[in-house]
Design a protein around this ligand. Structure first.
Ligand SMILES: *Cc1c(COP(=O)(O)O)cnc(C)c1O
Length: 429
């Protein structure tokens, strides 16, 4: 638009054209993908951060200290040393990419930054259930997605350690250079947690970088009941997590942690004249966040995390983890009790994958039911594929979701199944 518009008209447009048509992830019936519910303190923080208009790429000011404290809190939560380095980023996709780049530099040395990968045949390993952003990180890092070896899973959807060892031995025999293993704490399809302590031990003995994608699962560390599932996470060389999922902080708020901070800086730090550091004045306070990741200008993402954690407290966030997992178990129990339904994966945390049984075309029927629910505005599960079949997937992440909300969702699933199948050919008398 070339001409100005009065602010009240612009605001009216926001109310009329945008607000009614969002995905709805603040609603308790939203169970799709892994979306956080947000919170009002985070909303206030966004307003303050917008007003301050701070640039957290560098220089010496309080907002950067807030980010450093958030990074220390994140490290403390997962049991990494509190002098680990870290950075707020958009989300775990970026955090996982940063981790691959840090591990790449740690493996190949400083030359990689001037000469490029120059034919190095580095290979990385993750379970088949790993998030798609891991393959994309290998692509962006210059290794290509084929250099990510996808490892078989056991019946609980956890990485199979013997298949991992076999792949690594074979790659070494063929002249490739294994460098990185990615474990997942909370897989995106069914919420499984890899055997992280087994992976840590394996990586140490094999001399490999151990990264954990704990995008949403990291928050389970705040729950005394669920924390044991993640044992071994504290041995990670690097770790990706999101505050915008289970921690209920508004989008976007991801975080990368690196145990040995010198390795993170080695992958990104640069010296350029216009970013000269001083020991006093605004150009003090080195190292700067721009030394730890790809961005120079960066907003004050950390404030909404800091204010959310301070206001509600870590114990309360742990209770949200417990409540959402209990709601998932309630849903799983109802599915097990209903012969019309089939539970497709064990429920380790907060994700329930199931389907309506059907003899004709179960994938089609379940896909249509999910779209019916989303368009009807009753509830919003999403879909995934589990063991080759289409699953209705309910991820209970929102702190507002209760048993009654998943009951309403399941009742709607059963109703839509009946409507879609039409009347039985031989109605019971
Ligand atoms: C959500 C998720 C990601 C991607 O994180 P974004 O914040 O969406 O970029 C990666 N891994 C897992 C396991 C996730 O759940």
């Amino acid at each position: 638009p070339h001409a100005p518009t009065p602010a009240e008209h612009v605001y009216a447009d926001v109310q009329r054209l945008i607000i009614p048509y969002v995905t709805g992830n603040v609603h308790p019936g939203f169970m799709g993908w892994v979306h956080g519910g947000g919170n009002p303190v985070g909303m206030l923080a966004e307003l303050i951060a917008g007003g301050l208009n701070a640039n957290l790429g560098g220089r010496d000011h309080a907002p950067i200290e807030v980010e450093r404290q958030v990074v220390r809190w994140a490290a403390e939560m997962v049991g990494l040393p509190t002098d680990s380095s870290g950075l707020m980023v958009t989300g775990s996709s970026m955090a996982n990419l940063v981790a691959v780049l840090v591990a790449r530099r740690a493996t190949l040395g400083p030359e990689i930054r001037s000469k490029g990968i120059a034919g190095a045949r580095l290979t990385a390993y993750a379970a088949r259930t790993a998030h798609g952003c891991i393959a994309r990180a290998m692509d962006i890092a210059g290794f290509g997605t084929d250099a990510l070896r996808l490892i078989r899973c056991d019946a609980d959807h956890r990485i199979d350690l013997s298949d991992l060892a076999a792949h690594i031995a074979q790659d070494r025999a063929e002249g490739a250079q294994p460098f990185l293993v990615i474990g997942t704490a909370g897989t995106v399809d069914v919420g499984a947690v890899d055997n992280l302590s087994g992976l840590a031990t394996f990586c140490r003995s094999a001399g490999l970088w151990f990264h954990v994608d704990a995008a949403f699962g990291a928050l389970a560390m705040l729950s005394p009941r669920h924390r044991p599932l993640l044992a071994g996470i504290e041995q990670a060389d690097s770790l990706a997590l999101d505050f915008h999922k289970w921690a209920q902080v508004p989008y976007d708020a991801g975080c990368i942690l690196v145990r040995d901070g010198t390795k993170q800086a080695a992958a990104f730090a640069q010296t350029v004249a216009y970013l000269r550091r001083e020991d006093r004045g605004l150009a003090g306070g080195a190292p700067w966040p721009c030394d730890l990741g790809p961005d120079l200008s960066r907003g004050f993402r950390a404030l909404k995390v800091w204010m959310t954690l301070k206001t509600y407290g870590a114990d309360h966030l742990g209770q949200i983890v417990d409540t959402t997992c209990a709601v998932a178990q309630h849903l799983a129990a109802r599915i097990r009790d209903d012969p019309a339904l089939e539970l497709l994966a064990p429920v380790a945390l907060n994700i329930v994958c199931f389907r309506v049984r059907d003899v004709t075309d179960p994938d089609r029927l379940n896909r249509d039911i999910v779209a019916d629910l989303q368009e009807g505005g009753i509830a919003a599960p999403s879909t995934t594929t589990v063991k080759g079949t289409l699953a209705i997937r309910a991820a209970i992440v929102n702190h507002r979701t209760r048993d009654a909300d998943v009951d309403r969702m399941l009742d709607a699933v059963l109703l839509r199944a009946r409507v879609r199948r039409g009347p039985p050919l031989h109605p019971p008398v």
